[in-house]
Ligand binder design. Structure first.
Ligand code: P6P
Length: 339
C-alpha cells in the first residue's frame, strides 16, 4: 500500500512544485475541505440528525430549502469567516454576496458555492454534494458586490466538489490536473486516492432527464434519439443511461468512468436558458472536467468562456467525454448554420 498522502501534504507539495499556490489559497482549500467534513457528518446522520425535510423557507431560486441546505450554507459561511483568506462568499442559497465580517481581516479571494447540490434527494438517501469555485477578488475592492463575482470561468483559480455518498469524496483542481481525495473517517483526513484523473474521450453512457424530451429543442431530441437507436442507428453502438438528479453524483460517475451529462434548455421554462447555475455549478464543474481531459459547453460554446451577467444566471450544460460532447454540440451548431 503506497504511503497515504493527505490533502494538506498534497497542497504543500503543490505549493513547492509550482509556487502557484499562495498560502492563503491553500488555507482556503483546507477550510472548505473541513467544512465539507462537517456537512458530511450532518448528512450522514440522516433521520437521526433531525435535519431532514423542508426548512419552511425558500431561496433566491424560488426553491423550497431543505433544513440541510440552510445548515450546509451556515457551515461554509462560519468556517470561512475568520481565516483572513476571503473577501466575500456567494451561495445558491443567498440572493446577495455575504462580505466577511469587518471584525475579521479580509483576503484576496471570492468563494462561490452550492452548499448542498441535489438536496431534493436527501430525504430518499441518495448521494448529494457541495460544489465550490474560487476567484480572485479584484484589487482595492474591500466590500465585494455581485458585479465583482461576474468573472468568466477561465478566471477560476480553484474549483471542487464533495460527494456525500457511500464514501465522502473531495475532487479538486487548482488548474494543474483534477485530483480525487477520499475521507478517512478514522483519521478525519482527506487522502489522495487518484492523482490526475482522466475522463475517457469516448463513452457509451449518457445522463439526461428523459421526462423532459418533449420540451427539448430539435437538435437535442435528434441527438438523444440517435443514442437511443443504438448499434442500428447512426452512432453504431448501444448506449446506457443513468440519471441520479444530483449533478455531483452524475459528474463524479463521468469523471470516474466517462459519460456525457446534459441539462439543455427546455420549453418548460422558455425564458430561462437552462436549469443549472453558471457561477457555482456549471463553471466549477467545467473547470474540473476540462482539467481531466473532458469538455463542457452550453451546446454551442465553451462554458468557461462565458462572460457572466448575473450572479444566479442559468446556463445549458453539456459536459463529459470530449468526443461525445463535441458531437452533441455539433448538432446545435449544424442546426444554427442550417437556419
Ligand atoms: P431534475 C439538483 O436539484 C440539480 O440542481 C442538479 O444537481 C441536478 O443535476 C438537476 O438539478 C436535476 O434536475 O430536473 O432532474 O430534477
Amino acid at each position: 500500500m503506497p504511503e497515504a498522502i493527505s490533502l494538506t501534504q498534497f497542497l504543500i507539495e503543490e505549493q513547492r512544485a509550482r509556487q502557484h499556490l499562495p498560502a492563503d489559497l491553500r488555507l482556503l482549500i483546507e477550510v472548505v475541505a473541513r467544512a465539507c467534513k462537517r456537512i458530511s457528518i450532518a448528512v450522514g446522520k440522516g433521520a437521526l440528525g433531525g435535519v431532514l425535510g423542508d426548512a419552511g423557507t425558500g431561496n433566491v431560486q424560488g426553491e423550497a430549502q431543505k433544513k440541510l441546505d440552510v445548515l450546509s450554507n451556515e457551515i461554509l459561511l462560519q468556517a470561512n469567516a475568520w481565516g483572513g483568506h476571503l473577501a466575500a462568499c456567494a451561495s445558491e442559497e443567498m440572493e446577495d454576496p455575504q462580505p466577511i465580517p469587518d471584525v475579521y481581516p479580509k483576503g484576496n479571494y471570492l468563494l462561490l458555492f452550492d452548499p448542498l447540490d441535489g438536496s431534493s434527494n436527501i430525504d430518499v438517501n441518495i448521494s448529494v454534494g457541495t460544489i465550490f469555485s474560487v476567484l480572485h477578488c479584484p484589487d482595492d475592492v474591500t466590500h465585494p458586490a455581485a458585479e465583482h463575482f461576474l468573472q468568466p470561468g477561465t478566471a477560476q483559480v480553484a474549483a471542487g466538489y464533495a460527494v456525500y455518498g457511500p464514501s465522502t469524496v473531495l475532487v479538486l483542481t487548482l488548474g494543474h490536473g483534477t485530483h480525487v481525495f477520499t475521507l478517512d473517517r478514522e483519521l478525519g483526513s482527506f487522502i489522495l486516492t487518484t492523482r490526475n484523473v482522466r475522463i475517457p474521450a469516448d463513452t457509451k453512457e449518457f445522463a439526461i432527464n428523459m421526462s423532459n424530451r418533449r420540451h427539448w429543442d430539435a437538435p437535442v431530441q435528434r441527438y438523444i434519439d440517435e443514442l437511443l437507436a443504438g448499434r442500428d442507428g447512426p452512432r453504431g453502438k448501444d448506449y446506457n443511461m443513468r440519471w441520479v438528479a444530483s449533478m455531483v453524483a452524475d459528474v463524479h460517475r463521468i469523471l470516474t468512468r466517462g459519460g456525457v451529462f446534459l441539462y439543455p434548455w427546455d420549453r418548460k421554462e422558455p425564458d430561462k436558458p437552462g436549469k443549472l447555475r453558471l457561477m457555482y455549478e456549471a463553471n466549477p464543474m467545467a473547470f474540473i472536467v476540462e482539467e481531466a481531459g473532458g469538455a463542457a459547453t452550453t451546446g454551442r460554446e465553451r462554458i468557461l468562456d462565458l462572460v457572466p451577467t448575473a450572479l444566479h444566471q442559468r446556463v445549458p450544460v453539456f459536459l463529459g467525454s470530449k468526443n461525445e460532447v463535441d458531437v452533441a454540440t455539433r448538432y446545435h451548431l449544424d442546426a444554427d448554420e442550417a437556419r
